[in-house]
Design a protein around this ligand. Structure first.
Ligand SMILES: NC(=O)C1=CN([C@@H]2O[C@H](COP(=O)(O)OP(=O)(O)OC[C@H]3O[C@@H](n4cnc5c(N)ncnc54)[C@H](OP(=O)(O)O)[C@@H]3O)[C@@H](O)[C@H]2O)C=CC1
Ligand SMILES: CCCCCCCCCCCCCCCC(=O)[C@@H](N)CO
Length: 351
C-alpha cells in the first residue's frame, strides 16, 4: 500500500487495475471448459470474407473443419480467398467451400444470398452466420463529405448486417425448422468495434453504425427467447485497430488527431483478432472483446446486455468509471492541446 502511494498511483486506480487483472485471468480459466462454438462439420457463412479479419476467420474455421460460404463483392479476391481457405481445410475430402458475390449495402441482398446458400447446401441453411463486412471513412463531423459518408457507412455496416441477420433468422426461426430446445444452437455473429464501447474524435460517420449493431444485437438476444424450439445464440465482436487492407483505406481520410489518440491502443493482425474472437465464441461469450483494453471498455458499458459472467463483469464494471476519470481527462486534454497547436481544424487542413 505504502509503495503504491509513494509512487503516486491513486489507490482506487491500483485496486481497480488489480481487480481487472484477477477478473480477466479468472474468466479465462472459468470459461475454458466446454467448447460452446463447435464448428467441425458445420456450414458457416461469412460476409467480408475475402480480406482482413473476415478472411483470417474463414481460414481458421476451415482449419477447424467447417464448410464455408464466403461473401463479398469482388469475385477475383473471393476466388483467391477460396483457394487459401480450401488449402487450410482440416479434412479436405469432407469439407465443402464456395463463394457468393454480393454487395451488402444493397436493399434485400441477403434474401438472395441465403437462397443461393440453401441451393448450394441441398436445402439446408448455414448453421452459423458471421457478419464481418464493414468499412470506415473517418473525418470530422463538419467536413463536406461527412453526411454522405455516414449514410454509406450505415448502409454497409449496419444495414449490411441487419438484413443478413433478418434473412437468416427468418429461415432458422420458421416453425417448420423447429427442432428442440436441447439441439445445438445456431449462431448469428455481428462485428462491431471498440468504438461502440468508447467513442473518439473523428469517427462520426462510423461509430454510430457500430452502436446501432449493438442495439440490434441486445434486442435480438431478448427476442430469441420467443423461440425455445429454434435455439439461436447472438454474439457481438469488438475489435480495436486491425492491420488490414481496410485500415490502409480508412487512414486516407483519418484526421491527424484521431491517429494520435489511437496510438493508445496497439494494432493487432487480422489473424490475432480472428483467433481471439473465435476463442471468445468458444467460451460462449455474448459481447466478445479481443484485448485487455477492449475487455475494460466492454465492462464499462454493459447496460442491458447479456453478461459473459455476472460476477466478474460486475466487479470489473465497478472499477472502469475510476479509470475513465483519468482516461477522459487525458484524451480531452490531448484534443485541446492539438487545437492549441494547430488552430481551427479548417485552417489546419488548408495548410
Ligand atoms: N480495421 C480496423 O481497424 C477495424 C475494423 N473493424 C471492423 O471489422 C470488420 C473487418 O474489418 P477489416 O478486417 O478491416 O476489413 P477489410 O476492410 O480489410 O475487408 C473488408 C471485407 O468486407 C468486404 N466488403 C466491404 N464492403 C462490402 C460490401 N459493400 N458488400 C460486401 N462485402 C463488402 C470486402 O470485400 P469487397 O471489397 O470485395 O466487397 C472485404 O472482404 C469490419 O466490420 C470493420 O468495420 C472493427 C474494428 C477495427
Ligand atoms: C477503460 C478503457 C480505457 C480506454 C482507453 C482508450 C484508448 C483509445 C482507443 C481507441 C481505439 C480506436 C480503435 C478504432 C478501431 C476501429 O474501429 C477503426 N479503425 C475502424 O475504422
Amino acid at each position: 500500500m505504502d509503495i503504491i502511494q509513494q509512487l503516486g498511483i491513486p489507490l482506487p486506480l491500483a485496486g481497480g487495475a488489480l481487480a481487472a487483472i484477477i477478473a480477466i485471468i479468472a474468466s479465462m480459466s472459468l470459461f475454458g471448459r466446454k467448447n460452446q462454438f463447435p464448428v467441425e462439420g458445420k456450414t458457416i457463412l461469412i460476409t467480408g470474407a475475402s480480406e482482413g479479419m473476415g478472411r483470417a476467420a474463414a481460414l481458421q474455421l476451415s482449419a477447424k473443419g467447417a464448410n464455408l460460404i464466403l461473401v463479398s463483392r469482388n469475385v477475383g479476391r473471393l476466388e483467391e480467398a477460396l483457394v487459401e481457405v480450401r488449402a487450410a481445410a482440416k479434412s479436405p475430402s469432407a469439407q465443402r467451400f464456395t463463394y457468393i458475390s454480393a454487395d451488402v449495402s444493397e436493399h434485400d441482398y441477403a434474401a438472395r444470398v441465403i437462397a443461393e446458400a440453401l441451393a448450394w447446401n441441398s436445402g439446408k441453411a448455414p448453421d452459423i452466420v458471421w457478419c464481418i463486412a464493414g468499412m470506415s471513412t473517418p473525418m470530422l463531423w463538419t467536413d463536406d463529405e461527412s453526411m454522405a459518408a455516414t449514410r454509406r457507412n450505415m448502409d454497409v455496416n449496419f444495414f449490411g448486417s441487419a438484413e443478413m441477420s433478418r434473412a437468416i433468422l427468418r429461415e432458422w426461426l420458421a416453425p417448420e425448422n423447429s427442432t428442440s430446445p436441447k439441439s445445438e444452437p445456431k449462431h448469428i455473429i455481428f462485428t462491431a468495434s471498440v468504438l461502440a464501447l468508447f467513442a473518439i474524435v473523428g469517427y462520426g460517420p462510423y461509430t454510430p453504425t457500430k452502436w446501432a449493431l449493438r442495439g440490434l444485437a441486445d434486442t435480438l438476444a431478448m427476442e430469441l427467447n420467443l423461440y425455445p424450439d429454434n435455439p439461436v445464440k447472438v454474439h457481438v465482436i469488438y475489435p480495436a485497430t486491425i492491420t488490414s487492407p481496410g485500415l490502409e483505406r480508412e487512414n486516407v481520410t483519418k484526421p491527424a488527431i484521431t491517429l494520435e489518440l489511437e496510438k493508445e491502443d496497439p494494432p493487432e493482425s487480422p489473424e490475432t483478432v480472428a483467433s481471439r474472437a473465435i476463442a471468445g465464441l468458444e467460451r460462449g461469450e455474448y459481447n466478445v472483446a479481443v484485448s485487455f483494453l477492449g475487455n475494460l471498455m466492454r465492462c464499462g458499458i454493459q447496460g442491458g446486455s447479456p453478461r459473459n459472467n455476472w460476477v466478474l463483469d460486475t466487479l470489473l464494471g465497478w472499477f472502469v468509471p475510476i479509470i475513465y476519470f483519468f482516461v477522459l481527462r487525458m484524451m480531452n486534454g490531448s484534443v485541446r492541446a492539438w487545437a492549441k497547436v494547430n488552430g481551427h481544424p479548417a485552417k489546419a487542413k488548408a495548410t
